[in-house]
Design a protein around this ligand. Structure first.
Ligand code: AGP
Length: 604
């Protein structure tokens, strides 16, 4: 995790670095720092805590530098403290660097450097790189010499005192993007860091090194050979990186869901022809005998729902695995397996490693991803973009809605191709799809009801989220949202499993959020509500509009507009996300930057 930024150009570097760091703060916020190349040499300012504290530290000081680097940290090695904050320098301060990733062999390197007389100022793994780079000779040569010594993952941004006006960036298993401006260049972990200045980006590959000055840039391989790169124009507009009147990014992003849904289906759903198409999948044969979904966190919950869609519509067996488990097994995948990798960021280390393993074993990989040009999209055979736009809130919301939407459409598309979905079945879903944005708006219009409910429940210490069928992954997601932003213990359960153990937890101060659903499972879930009530547990039920029986049985209800069953998760997710948001708000939690979390988990 961690966010890194570098700037070289004709403007003063510090304000640009600080602004960029704020855009990257979602990647970590334990400490922050900058290094600037001033007339007198390299000047480093760093501070434990959020970027606002670093700004405080810097206030009143004047910096003239046109070239600098910055970092916002999510601690891995060494506690969050001033001395562990980046940038790090060598003993003589001839260079400064910022690092995102983990140097796995840093202990051995540190021991060796200590025995050679180097003095260390931090407990971080990153500092060894600064000491290894110390020396004389052209900086590029030194970098090429040091890289083979490093094991692990790294994106680096380095400035050398003896090559003023030049920055170096290095990438291996951690993201690094070059922003190409007019008379200025940027290096950053993610595009929003420089989006206000340029939409022209060069996505670096693993093993590449970039040398940038104000008027040019060159990319080299680890062998020092020049590489040809293309400049991509990023479609996001800078306004999407603003909160736009909302108190938090999370709330703004929930409110964007009707539009996200429309963007995600655009050009893919053709009502007149009764078709679902993906132009990205023109050469997708669908000739597989098994699907394995790999993903983490929220994306994995979307994958669990995707399993149900694929098994229902394509009649193909699907396994869903946490990428972090898959990658450390010897999984049974091969040429006849389609691996579907789901990720908002496309930079989650576990998911990337799982995909690499699957590819090694001969599987073909379809990525469902939100970030254009991210590492995952470059590893996959096909990418279907979720088109949710920039998601900044650490708790993923609109990206989840877009993932569910893509998976539903993909299952219908593949099912038609395979002949397992009839034109009538497809038509029934397709006719429902245009109603979804209106229904999402209707749910958002009832936001105050959810807020009122959150006021009743924010002091509860334990929540169970229960659901069956399509609502089981939603129960897991509802619980994850609540725990990650409000720090309340919440467990998602398949409702039928309750009687096999978790029912022992029920007592008056345990809240159960029961997702009622449709079809034959509805009655079973009503039974679950009875069981909880009989043990004096509190029940919030989410059900279809006008379900009188649920209204009578539950203590509180949230209703969703009626829809076809496969579309119901697309609606039910909204009250779950809003509930988590308002509980966290009532508790006074930092919704967009919850403690201990980072948005992109680029370490294992
Ligand atoms: C969701 O709210 C999370 N913060 C987290 O679980 C996230 O979904 C997970 O880390 C996967 O991220 P990705 O989609 O970017 O791969």
């Amino acid at each position: 995790m961690c966010g890194i930024i570098g700037y070289v150009g004709k403007r003063k570097a510090l304000p640009i670095l600080l602004q960029g760091l704020k855009r990257l703060e979602y990647r970590g916020y334990d400490s922050a720092g900058v290094a600037l190349l001033e007339r007198g040499g390299i000047c480093v300012v760093r501070r434990a805590g959020k970027i606002a504290l670093l700004e405080e530290e810097l206030s009143g000081k004047t910096f003239e530098a046109f070239c600098g680097i910055g970092h916002t940290r999510w601690a891995t090695h060494g506690i969050p403290a001033d001395h562990n904050a980046h940038p790090h320098t060598d003993c003589r301060k001839t260079l400064a660097l910022v690092h995102n990733g983990i140097i796995e062999n840093y202990r051995a390197l540190r021991e060796k450097l200590l025995s050679e007389g180097h003095r260390f100022f931090s407990e971080t793994d990153s500092e060894v790189i600064a000491h290894l780079l110390e020396g004389s000779g052209p900086p590029l040569k030194r970098i090429l010499h040091v890289l083979p010594l490093l094991e692990g993952s790294y994106a680096l941004c380095i400035l050398f005192a003896d090559e003023p006006g030049v920055l170096y960036g290095v990438r291996r298993f951690s993201p690094l993007i070059l922003g190409v401006g007019e008379g200025e260049h940027f290096l950053a972990s993610d595009v929003p860091a420089f989006l206000e200045h340029t939409r022209h980006a060069v996505f670096l590959e693993d093993g590449e090194i970039v040398r940038v000055s104000h008027d040019g840039w060159e990319v080299f391989s680890e062998e020092g050979e020049r590489q040809e790169k293309t400049v991509t124009v990023v479609p996001w507009d800078p306004v999407s990186a603003e909160r736009g009147g909302f108190k938090h990014f999370m709330l703004k992003e929930i409110h964007e869901e009707p539009r996200v849904f429309e963007d995600t289906i655009a050009g893919r759903v053709n009502l007149a022809r009764g078709e679902v198409t993906f132009e990205e999948l023109e050469d997708f044969s669908g000739e597989y005998n098994r699907v394995v979904v790999v993903a983490c966190g929220t994306a994995c919950h979307a994958g669990m729902l995707g399993k149900m869609y694929l098994e229902d519509f394509v009649r193909i067996p699907v396994d869903v695995e946490y990428a972090s488990e898959f990658r450390y097994r010897d999984p049974l995948v091969g040429e006849k397996t389609l691996v579907v990798a789901i990720s908002q960021s496309g930079e989650t280390a576990d998911t990337l490693r799982a995909v690499e393993l699957a590819r090694k074993k001969g599987a073909q990989v379809l990525a469902v991803c939100n970030v254009l040009g991210s590492s995952l999209t470059r590893l996959a055979h096909w990418t279907v973009y979720t088109r949710a736009g920039l998601e900044i809130g650490v708790a993923s919301t609109k990206a989840f809605l877009a993932q569910m939407t893509v998976l539903l459409l993909f299952a219908l598309f593949w099912g038609r191709k395979r002949g397992t979905v009839s034109p009538e079945t497809l038509a029934s879903v397709l006719f429902e799809i245009p109603t979804i944005p209106r229904k999402l708006h209707a749910l958002l219009a009832k936001e105050n009801d959810v807020h009122a409910l959150a006021k009743e429940f924010y002091l509860f210490k334990d929540f169970l989220y229960l659901g069956r069928g399509l609502y089981y992954p939603l129960a897991l997601e509802g619980a994850l949202k609540l725990k990650e932003i409000s720090y309340i213990h919440a467990e998602g359960l398949a409702a039928g499993e309750m009687k096999h153990g978790p029912i022992a937890l029920i007592e008056p101060d345990v809240a159960s959020f029961v997702l009622v659903g449709q079809g034959e499972r509805r009655l079973k879930v009503l039974g679950n509500i009875e069981e909880i009530k009989a043990r004096r547990g509190k029940v919030i039920a989410l059900c279809d509009e006008g379900d009188v029986e649920v209204l009578e049985k539950a203590d509180y209800t949230l209703e969703i507009p009626k829809t076809l069953e496969p579309c119901s998760p697309l609606l039910a997710i909204v009250p779950l996300q809003l509930f988590a948001y308002y509980v966290a708000l009532e508790k006074g939690c930092d919704v967009d930057q919850p403690r201990n979390l980072a948005k992109s988990v680029t370490v294992e």
